[in-house]
Design a protein around this ligand. Sequence first.
Ligand SMILES: [Zn+2]
Length: 313
Amino acid sequence: MMVNDSTAVFCADIGGSFIKFGLSRQVGVVEELAKVDMSVKSWSDFVAKLQDLLAHFGASLPATTPLAISTAGLVSPQSGEVMASNIPAFAGHDFARELTAILQRPVSVANDADCFTLAEAHLGHAKGGNIVIGAILGTGVGGGLVINNRLIRGQGGVTGEWGHAAITRTELTIDKRLYKIPRLPCGCGQTGCLDTLGGARGLERLHQELHQQHRTSHQIVEDWENGSAQANITVKAWLMLVGEPLALMVNILGPDKIVVGGGLASIPGLISELDKRVRLATLHRYSSPLVVVGKFVNQGGLIGASVLGRSSE
Ligand SMILES: [Zn+2]
């Protein structure tokens, strides 16, 4: 993937609630210009919102300044559709192609986990790696794959989505005690996906199931750091449940680095334990940390868009 750094690029990070909009004059650097509400009723509402932002901030720039978008949801490279359960206005549209025609400038789009992975591979904590996995441990579990600096999208844009396979374990032995692992319904329609127990909400559900006690993910990790026996069991279970599928990905793809984003990436002690757990379970013995906290945990969407908007795929 060639990156052309000579032009300015507008970057947008679209979630269910907000659009973060910025301008990048250099790859990896994005000046945030606006954060606007993303409650749109229709596709035309959404287009109008983008037109307003481009008109407002683009007056002194060439009319053909590209727009690169990081978005929630899966981006299908086959149909061009963005499937985001929390943004129904996107359904049925060939996203980038339609926007390119309407806005009369190059528009590119990628999933936010993919943008994070792209940012980490080009400019972050996986820079120089040939095979880079991005692992998002946010509200749920997501991910992306970049090989030789190029985003791998795959059929339906699902490449790297390791959160939606069923956890195969039904029980775990921790400190000589047996614990049942619940099979919970997942938002994707399946039952027992890693997504249900692997992200921040998953950690909370796991704690609830193991100890019949509600604690927030931050409380659980804080308790664990302070030596609580119950939180210790929860975190040990979590490390096994998340570490095993991650080790499977390592055996399949042979990555140079796995870069972690999302809310749980803000807890370095937890990610360092996850790294140890994964490296115990892989065929290749990694002699240095493999699973690391990302450099762009908070701005991965916009920074990744600044790479995406300059790339010729
Ligand atoms: Zn699922």
